[in-house]
Write a protein that binds this ligand. Sequence first.
Ligand SMILES: Cc1ncc(C[n+]2csc(CCOP(=O)(O)OP(=O)(O)O)c2C)c(N)n1
Ligand SMILES: [Mg+2]
Length: 725
Amino acid sequence: MKSRPQANGRTHKDTAETPRGGAASSASLEMPGEMSRDQMLHIYRTMLLSRRIDDKEIQLKNQSLIFFQISGAGHEAIMVAAGLTMKAGYDWFFPYYRDRALCLALGMTPLEMFLSAVAAKDDPNSGGRQMPSHWGHKKLNIVSQSSPTGTQCLHAVGCAEAGLLYGKLKDIPGREAEFEQDEVSYVSVGDGTTAEGEFWESLSTACVKQLPVIFMIEDNGYAISVPVEVQTPGGSVSHLVENYPGLKVLRCDGTDVLESLKTMQEAVAYCRARKGPAFVHAKVVRPYSHSHTDDERLYKTAAERAEEAKRDPLTRFAALLKERGLASDDDLLAIAKDVDREVGEAADTAVKAERPARDTAGLYVYSPDVDPTSSAFDSQLQPEGKPDTMVAGINRVMKEEMAVNPRIVMFGEDVADATHEENLSEVQGKGGVFKVTHGLQKAYGSDRVFNSPLAEANIIGRAVGMAVRGLKPVVEIQFFDYIWPAMMQLRNEVAMMRYRSSNYFSCPMVIRTATGGYLRGGAPYHSQNGESIFAHCPGIRVVYPSNAQDAAGLLRTSIRCDDPVLFLEHKHLYRQTYNKGEYPGANYMVPFGKAATKREGTDVVVVTYGALVQRSILAAQQAEKDGISAMVIDLRTIMPFDWDAIAAAVKKTNRIVIAHEDQLTCGFGAELAARVASDLFEYLDAPVRRVAAMDTPVAYCPDLEEVILPGSADVLAAIKDTAAY
Ligand SMILES: Cc1ncc(C[n+]2csc(CCOP(=O)(O)OP(=O)(O)O)c2C)c(N)n1
Ligand SMILES: [Mg+2]
C-alpha cells in the first residue's frame, strides 16, 4: 500500500515529527501514561494554538477583517487526542466546526485557517467560498464541510464503505492507491446534532455493515441555547446507543487530555481491527458562547458558567503539566509567546492575501474538465434489434456501463435482485419495483448492486461519501414523490460539494427516480413531478427523457459525465409502445442541452418534454387538420436546456406554447416563458401560452386525474388560441 504525503510533504510511515502547527504524530504517540515531556508539551502547544487562533479571529471579526467566527474553545483536548491517534492523508475526516484543534493536529496550518477566515483565494478549505471553521483539505483527507448539522454522518459511512469496496472490487485499475487496509473514517457532531435523523440513519448503516467509522460526539450540553435534555431522552446519547450491535461505545471527559487520548486509542484500534464502528461520547465545555453572534449569558446563569470554566481543558492541562513537574510557569509562558508569534504572523499574512477575483464567482458549479453539452457526448445512432421499451433501454445501458466502468455501484430500495443471495438460484429476482435494475446484482454481484434501508437521505448521503473517493454511485430513489427526505443531501451536499470546496472535492453521481402521473390511480403520492425544484439547485443536472433511445443516450451521458445528474424516468413512459426504439448502440450518447425537433411546423412551436411530448405531437397532428402547422420540440434535458433551439423556433414561428405535466405555478414553464418574454419579445406575435397541470395534487379517481393533468386536448386548445391571436 502506498503511503501518501502529508501536508508537510512527509509521509506518515516515515515521520515521527510534528506537522507544522501540530503536535506529536500518531506514529510516535505512546500510551498516555508513557508519553515524553516533549510530546506532552506539543499537545499543550497545539491546544493553545487552537485557542489563540480563535482569539485572533474574534479580534479580526471585531475589526471587520473577517466576516464570521465560531470557535473550537473548550473542545481542544478531545480534538487533539483525535488528531493524534488518527492519520492525515490516510484516514478520512468529516469534522464539524468545533474541530479546529483536530485539524491543527492533522497538519492544517494556522495560515491556512486564517486564509479561510479572510476568504482568500488560496484558502485550501474552500477558496473563500465557505465560512471559516468549515474544514476541508484535500491532502489531509478532510472532506469539505457544509453547514447543515448532521449531513456529514452519512458521508463518513459512504466513505468507509468506499474503502472496503476498493478492497474488494479487484477490477478497478489503480485501486491500491485509493484505500488503506486499516483506514478509519471519522465523523463528529455536537450533542444537539444527534437529534437529526441522518445521524441515526448513519449509525444504523455503520452497524448493519460493521463499518470502520468513529462517531465523535462533542457534548457541550447545548445546541446554541437549547440544552441537551430537549434533544436526547434522558440526556445521554451514548446511553441510548448501548445496544446497537457491534458498536463500541466509549465515554470520556473530553476536557481531560489523557483520558481523551486513551479513549481515542481504544476507538481507533477497534476500528482498525475491523471490529465495527466506535462511538465516542466526549463531555466538553463551550466557554465562548455558540458563535460570535451568540451571548450565552442570555440563557446560562453566572454560576453555571463558573462551573464550566473550571473544566476548561487548557487550564486543566496546564495544571497537570505543572503538577507533574513537566513545565513551569515560565515554560508555559514561553510556549504562549511562541504561539502568539506564530498566530500573529499567520494572521498578518492572511489579511494581506489575495482574494478570489470577482469574475470567478461562477466557476465550479459544474465540472470544469468534462462538458456533457459538448460534441464529445454527441454520437451517432447505431440501432440494433427490434424496437424495445424505455425500461429495457435503461436497464441495458446500466448493464453495459457497469461492465465498462468497475467504479459504478448501484443501490436503493429494492434495486437488488435478492438480498439473500442464496435465493437467486431459485428465484427470478426483484430488480426494482419497476424492474429497471433487474439482473444487475446477478451480473455484477452484491458488492456492486445492493439494497439500501428505506431511508432516502441514507441513499444520497452514502453516495456522496463514495463519490468523493472516486466511486461512481448510480442510485435509485424509488419514487420521485419520496425524494424529499433526501432534499437536504441533494441541495446542500450533492449540488454544492464542488462549488463550496472550490473544486477540491466533487461528488458526481446519477440519481435515477421514477416520476410522473397518467397512471390511472397513481394518486397524490405516486404521480408527482417537480423538475423545476431541482432546476433551482445549481450544481445538479436535470434530465427528463421522453423515449427509449433518448433515455439510453442520456443515461450514458449522465453516467460518463462528471456532474451529479437527476435522471427522471417517467413511469408512464417506461413501457409505452409509441416511444419504443431500437437499442441505439453501446456507445450512444445524447449531449445535455440539445433539444430534439419531433415535428417541423411554421405557425407555432410547442416546447415540451417528458410525457407531454407524445401528447403535443398528437395535438399538432390534430391542428394540422385545421390548417395550423405546429412544430414540436422535446427539450430532453431541463438543466441545461436548449435555449438556442427555443430561440430559433420562436424566430421562425413567432408563437410559442410551453407544455409540461408539472403544475403551472412555478413549473419549469414559468422560467421558459419569462426568458422568452425578456429575450424574444420582438419576435412574438402572440402571448406566451403555458399548458400544465392544475395547481392541485393528483387525485386518485381517474376522472379527477384526467381533469388535473394536461392532455392532448389542452395542448390543442393552446395551439389554436395562440395561432389565432
Ligand atoms: C440542519 C441545521 N439546522 C440548524 C442549523 C443552525 N445551527 C447551527 S449550529 C446549531 C447548534 C448545534 O448544536 P450542537 O450539535 O450541540 O453543536 P455545538 O454547536 O454545541 O458544538 C444550530 C441549531 C444548522 N446549521 N443546520
Ligand atoms: Mg452542543
